[in-house]
Design a protein around this ligand. Sequence first.
Ligand code: CP
Ligand code: NVA
Length: 300
Amino acid sequence: MKHLLKLGDLSTEEIFGILNLADQLKYERKNGIGHQYLKGKHLGMIFQKSSTRTRVSFEVGMDELGGKALFLSDRDLQIGRGEPIKDTVRVLSRYLDAIMIRTFAQQDVEDLAKYGSIPIINGLTDYCHPCQVLADLMTIREYKGSLKGLKLCFIGDGNNMANSLIVGGIKVGMEVAIACPDNYRPDADICAWAQKNGKLTITSDIEEAARNADVLYTDVWASMGQEGEKKVREAAFAGFCVDARVMAVAKQDAMVLHCLPAHRGEEITDEVFEAHAQEIFDEAENRLHAQKAVLVKLLK
Ligand code: CP
Ligand code: NVA
């Protein structure tokens, strides 16, 4: 594994390798066992969108691994004034050991990998969010014991989260069901790949998708960069909500996950969110462990 650009680039073995290492690093951290595998290594973190979890978990993660993280906002970098990505990465490759980037276009992440000479990690694009889904799979495995054969239901927009959940879920042997409005389906190539390699259902019928699900997952109706579409999206996504009606058709012991930030009263009710807060915040914590595992795999 040279980069983490999208989950589609990883084999099932590589995904489980990251999850196993993440479990080990979590255990070591809880028991005060140091693991400074990345002494002297520097991670640059380029943010072209906001972040709470991704920024803090990568920064703390690098510190715990003995390395350093540099927060690079596009308001300060010359990228914000038009310096091309392909020049920026050739410069940064001379100083840094790896780059994590959160941006809009997946092509920008692919270009960093193409023109740079250090590992690139995707910290979210409009297309996918691989770091989040590694933490999600880790969390599901913690609660359910294993992943194969579980039914994962995602309710909401077919964009970055849905795309990565489909790829990650199918690669580890889960059945994936997506409930979304007809105009907001996940990436067509990802759906075609998933249908060839596993069991994927796409429907606008929320109850059909949620029936007998082991895991219910949702995300905001309007993602970062889509603030101008808020009104249109509120109308399109009305009812695409993890609520008591959805919980009633899922398995009795179904868990609920949310990548966060959450908009209570839109994609999830306050009641369901609070009933599953333990799972949701374990999931947020696991961002730290899963990303530390990615950093060790790429840099050690
Ligand atoms: N889930 C997630 O990526 O959170 P942030 O946007 O806060 O990084
Ligand atoms: N779909 C959301 C995910 C945030 C972690 C967004 O892109 O804003």
